[in-house]
Design a protein around this ligand. Structure first.
Ligand SMILES: O=C(O)/C=C/C(=O)CC(=O)C(=O)O
Length: 250
């Protein structure tokens, strides 16, 4: 019989699961605030309507659940058959009726939650491969989903804001993004400082960097490519007229 509580007793992982579940509840709340007609509206993601976004978040839960099944059984089950299959699925999902789209989101979120809940404690360390080709322990799927639900809730463009996202999630997001930039070498000469904290990201050894400064939520929003509100840029101590666009992240 399936367990009714998480099998993991690792407090760090339990905390991460809580952030993912809170993010899912937050996305659900913003989705429920939209009328069926409003699902036809645009998002913060170029070319995607809210229908595309809801379909993606639903199929993402199914894809992440496949990684958990992989971790549980050892049978390789990739997130998506291919990049083209992922895109095709999202385009198809966007054509579903509003009721079917809402059911897709709800049912896939419950399915993923059950997979997480029932994964035996030792299987969280089993290795799986993400759609981006990264080999990671199954526990990484919790962060992958956390990132999706919190950021895409903002992308729904009906009132969610980066200031609603918990600080630990924003901090990890900034670490992720700046690590991706570093790997690609696109962070050269770019230093990010979070006001009111000692958090610093980016090209810390740079001698004369462009410094992007702002509160945690504003800096995270900028780093994800979702606007420059609340951030300032300086170079050689002088303010720059325009805040540069953040390097691409994914
Ligand atoms: O973090 C990774 O390596 C991969 C993440 C994803 O593939 C998430 C998606 O973009 C998706 O579900 O399509």
């Amino acid at each position: 019989m399936a367990a009714r509580t998480d099998q993991t007793t690792d407090p760090r992982l339990q905390d991460e699961l809580l952030q993912a579940r809170r993010g899912t509840a937050y996305f659900a709340r913003k989705l429920n605030e939209l009328s069926d007609a409003e699902l036809d509206g645009g998002t913060l993601l170029p070319g995607w309507t809210r229908r595309h976004l809801v379909a993606h978040v639903g199929y993402n839960a199914r894809a992440v659940a496949r990684l958990i099944e992989w971790a549980a059984t050892g049978v390789e089950t990739p997130m998506y058959a291919s990049t083209a299959a992922r895109s095709h699925e999202i385009d198809f999902g966007a054509t579903l009726s509003p009721t079917a789209l809402r059911n897709l989101f709800d049912h896939s979120a419950v399915h993923l939650n059950v997979e997480w809940r029932d994964l035996p404690a030792d299987a969280w360390h089993h290795k799986v491969k993400t759609a981006q080709g990264r080999t990671v322990p199954a526990e990484e799927t919790v962060w992958m989903r956390t990132r999706e639900v919190w950021v895409h809730a903002v992308d729904l463009d009906n009132g969610a804001a980066f200031t609603d996202i918990p600080a630990p999630v924003l901090t990890r997001l900034l670490k992720d993004i700046t690590a991706a930039w570093h790997t690609r070498g696109t962070d050269a000469g770019l230093l990010i400082k979070v006001t009111g904290t000692d958090l610093t990201f980016g090209d810390t050894p740079a001698e004369n960097p462009t410094v992007i400064t702002g509160p945690l939520a504003a800096v995270a929003q900028w780093a994800t490519g979702r606007g420059t509100q609340g951030v300032t840029a300086t170079h050689a101590g002088a303010p720059r007229a325009e805040v540069p666009a953040a390097p691409p992240w994914i």
